[in-house]
Design a protein around this ligand. Structure first.
Ligand code: AMP
Ligand code: MG
Length: 320
């Protein structure tokens, strides 16, 4: 059985193809604004431009044609409406052409499921960290329960905003990681963790008011050490509370080696398991959407309407 998955919630247009549950192809292209953050109209225009090329490339890589597709999945939300529209239009077009079922999937759940699949950890606490989202999640009784989350912006968004202050273009994560590795002096930043909830906007303001001279490397180092410590502490609380003995980190920020290192240290101190999600599946990609669609293949969906604010904990997980 072949499943095609289409991702278009924000900056990335991605197409993945699965043969049963095995990833055969995952092609993607990311919109990069000339300056500042994502401009929804421009991101959607980028997706329209690259959509058909991404579909062709993924089919070619998987060695199949459109006629071989058995199931079509797309990101129904959460995300930017103008961007979501492109993926949904592409999915419905493929559905019509092939006459096959189209399923809408929750983008966050796709990040969680690809993490479980690639690490082989069946029932972990999941730290989901991306541009727009930051949540600490575990599974219980047919749903993913959110134990802690950001009270304002996502951690990736914070990293990108601080990047802008330091003249690092979007997405700033990889460059900040590189600079942070050269930092030596810790600048004390606000540590805002309450229970299992975190907040980041105060840190952004604090960094914007830092008096020069300070080195960019030290600022990046301090940013990473502070926010990652908050996230790992919150994850540890969730693990203790839920009595779960493993952790995975998923979403775009999970590409960061320092964050993974902190997760690994915390887990080894608790005697818990930890495994890293491969980089090609941390950021937004079509393969994870195809996989979530594959898991949901027998679901009856009431509608395929786009949902800009589609919460992880509202989805019934009948396949577990
Ligand atoms: P996503 O929306 O899941 O694709 O995640 C995108 C976010 O991940 C952006 O905010 C990026 O800056 C961030 N990101 C990507 N790579 C890294 C990295 N190595 N370290 C920290 N953040 C990263
Ligand atoms: Mg994402």
């Amino acid at each position: 059985m072949y499943t095609i998955g289409i991702e278009s919630t924000a900056h990335t247009f991605g197409v993945g193809i699965l043969k049963d549950d095995e990833v055969m192809a995952s092609e993607r292209d990311t919109y990069r604004p000339k300056s500042g953050g994502i401009i929804p109209r421009e991101a959607a225009a980028h997706h329209y431009r690259t959509a058909s090329d991404m579909v062709s490339r993924a089919l070619k890589k998987a060695g199949i044609s459109l006629a071989d597709i058995d199931l079509v999945a797309f990101s129904q939300g959460p995300g930017i409406l103008s961007c979501l529209r492109v993926g949904s239009a592409a999915a419905k077009f493929i559905g019509k052409k092939t006459g096959k079922k189209v399923v809408g999937v929750n983008h966050c759940i796709a990040h969680l499921e690809i993490a479980r699949k690639t690490t082989g950890l069946a029932d972990p606490v999941m730290l989901y960290v991306s541009g727009g989202n930051t949540q600490i999640i575990t599974y219980s009784d047919g749903r993913y329960i959110v134990f802690g989350e950001t009270q304002d912006i996502g951690v990736g968004n914070l990293i990108d905003k601080v990047g802008r202050q330091l003249s690092i273009p979007f997405p700033a994560g990889p460059k900040i990681e590189e600079l942070a590795a050269k930092g030596k002096r810790y600048i004390k930043l606000p540590y805002s963790l309450k229970g299992m909830d975190v907040s980041f906007s105060g840190i952004e303001t604090f960094v914007s008011r830092l008096q020069k001279p300070f080195s960019v490397e030290d600022a990046c180092y301090s940013l990473q050490e502070t926010v990652f410590a908050m996230l790992i502490e919150a994850s540890e609380r969730a693990m203790a509370y839920c009595k779960k003995d493993s952790l995975v980190i998923t979403g775009g920020v999970a590409a960061n080696s320092r964050l993974n290192e902190m997760g690994k240290i915390m887990c080894s101190e608790r005697g818990a398991k930890f495994d890293i999600v491969p980089k090609e599946f941390t950021g937004d990609n079509g393969a994870m959407i195809a996989y979530a669609g594959y898991l949901m293949r027998d679901y009856k969906q009431s509608d395929l309407a786009l949902r800009q604010r589609f919460r992880t904990d509202t989805v019934e997980i009948a396949y577990r």
